[in-house]
Design a protein around this ligand. Sequence first.
Ligand code: AVI
Length: 334
Amino acid sequence: MPEALNPQPAPQPPAPGVVRFYNFLPRGDAFLEDVLAGLAGAQKSIPPKYFYDEHGCELFEAICDLPEYYLTRTELGILRSQAVEFAQFAGPDVELIEFGSGAQEKTRVLVDALRPSLYVPVDIAGDALRAASEKLAADYPWLNIMGICADYTRPLALPEFGGVPVRRKLVFFPGSTIGNFTPAEALVFLKQARKAAGRGGILLIGVDLKKDKRILDAAYDDSRGVTAQFNLNLLNRINRELGGDFQLNRFRHKAFYDPVMGRVEMHLESLYSQFVHVSGKRFDFRAGESIHTEISCKYSPEEFRDMGRKAGFSPERFWTDSGQLFAVHGMVAV
Ligand code: AVI
């Protein structure tokens, strides 16, 4: 056969994606202010967002692999098995916004399924955000990425990326991180997510379900002590970054599910009567007194749908695993 005189041009590889980063972390030392204010309260407390220094991020990754910590693998299982449905639900030309993007393992499932026009990861841990986004860009060279280093528990206006087709925004908030807010804070966050999604946009959110106390107690106080290290690392971070003198062996990790409140509480309990300094200020502890470091609220499907409605969403889809341990809600902004 003679060769065709007018051969078709070879298919072109997709254009390379553009990767940009923005830093919206406030100047000044919010960490110091929050720690000093938290330790001065009647119930001492420190916000859980400060767990995530470099070592804290590594410890959290290790928690996600623990046999007792069912949340990550269960949610990943739901995402993998429903990826085609998510793509139908979202449609083409999606801007995928992810709050608390972390290691971006779950993101990859959505990027494969949705092939979004733009991916916008938002995370407080700037170095980890950059490293994970650069890895993602290497694996998906066509993907446009706009990384935002920010504290998304505060109001945040995302910059326009421009130049890419966007028909719909999809806000992805996996991992049941919503549980680390009080219900009142969660509602504020959901209203912000509603704004970020815009009318007709989608919220795809992972929410841990209420369940047997024994399963939850073990998930937050694992037999290898990784969650204990994660909790105690907060004191190390204070020592290093804020001139603290906590002695880690004088505190213990304490975590339990309170079925009445529907939440896990994590504390660092003082083993002795003692005092510590942070940035030159003295704080006294009674033996048994604790620093409250985290709540992890669990929601029944209906409780969470109600909260979504209050925030301006129409709850339309609900996916769970065979053991009904974890839920993924699909809600549309109205
Ligand atoms: C990030 N967040 C959803 C985790 C949780 O389950 O509340 C943090 C965590 N704390 C202890 N183990 C994991």
